[in-house]
Design a protein around this ligand. Structure first.
Ligand code: OGA
Ligand code: MN
Length: 303
């Protein structure tokens, strides 16, 4: 085993050295990386001058790649299709986006605390984000540890939250960030989905909260009460002691566990500087209700 794991805290976020992602990672090194990932939930790989093919090849070793687009490519063309999400501020032809572009309005939602694809019936396991070009001021990515936040709940809260099911919907987070104009195709493809409020991570048996700005209602609770509880939990999870702020350097790859973290992008002057970031996301194995073997709420049986 050749890799070096340099932890940021005892169990959240680590840097990985002595690995070359331009090459196929040997199986024992890959196993060590995977073990570090289950333990730390966020891994940083500095100095990885990789191609998109190499990024994808590494991601594929964690599972099936998410390929369906959230936005209709006809309404919002992108530099990439298939496996890659464009997390940059560039249009399909590589120019900085316009102030009033649909792409920019939609991506503003990434500045809210969220976890990728919790609004999809089959949510995400991990996202791997590679920075090609970074900006001189701002444009950080912050990560919050939902396992640590779960551990810090009172026993009474842990009991109350056990088995609760939450509605996640892309329209909920976008309403909050001021994006309202999903077209008919997007509305049809992105209905609300159920997810467990508390989940267990199979690889380490740790329990985790699973909230995000995509979360709107809690089933079996009046809407305003559910909303208030979700807002309270978003505040709880994102307290300073659970948060790591990543300040990007070019050619870094960062991967995070979408099952038990949240993240958000911080502001930068996106009409002035190019921030070129490319993401590949790996799907989880099943919806969180199915993983917990809990029946989906009747209101969403048809979803
Ligand atoms: C993402 C994301 C935030 C950022 O890549 O999924 O939300 O820092 N990124 O751009
Ligand atoms: Mn994201």
């Amino acid at each position: 085993m050749n890799i070096t794991v340099s932890a940021i805290t005892a169990d959240f976020t680590a840097e990985i050295y002595d690995v070359d992602l331009t090459q196929r990672v040997p199986d024992d090194d890959f196993a060590a990386i995977a073990n570090a990932f289950w333990k730390y939930s966020v891994l940083i790989f500095p100095d990885q001058d990789i191609t998109q093919q190499q990024q994808l090849a590494f991601a594929e070793r964690f599972g099936l790649i998410e390929r369906e687009r959230t936005l209709d490519p006809k309404a919002t063309p992108s530099r990439f299709d298939g496996a890659f999400s464009d997390i940059s501020n560039l249009t399909a032809d590589g120019k900085i986006w316009a102030a009033d572009s649909r792409q920019r309005m939609y991506k503003a939602g990434n500045k809210l605390w969220h976890t990728d694809s919790s609004f999809k019936y089959l949510p995400a396991l991990t996202s791997l984000l590679h920075a090609r070009t970074t900006v001189p001021i701002g444009g950080h990515t912050e990560f919050a540890d939902q396992r640590g936040a779960y551990d810090a709940l009172t026993d009474k809260q842990k009991k109350e939250f056990d088995g609760l099911i939450v509605e996640h919907w892309i329209a909920t987070s976008r309403r909050r960030s001021g994006f309202h104009d999903f077209n008919e195709d997007e509305k049809k493809r992105l209905p609300p989905v159920p997810q467990m409020l508390v989940r267990t991570i199979p690889q380490n048996q740790r329990k985790s909260l699973y909230v995000a700005s995509h979360a709107g209602r809690i089933f079996g609770m009046p809407d305003d009460e559910g909303r208030a509880l979700i807002d309270h939990l978003l505040d709880h999870v994102t307290q300073r002691q659970f948060v790591y702020t990543h300040r990007w350097r070019a050619n870094e790859l960062v991967m995070w566990d979408n099952r038990c973290t949240m993240h958000r992008g911080t502001d930068y002057d996106d009409l002035r500087y190019v921030r070129d970031m490319r993401r590949v996301t790996v799907s989880d194995i099943a919806n969180t209700c199915d993983q917990a073997d809990v029946a989906r709420p009747a209101a969403l049986q048809a979803a």
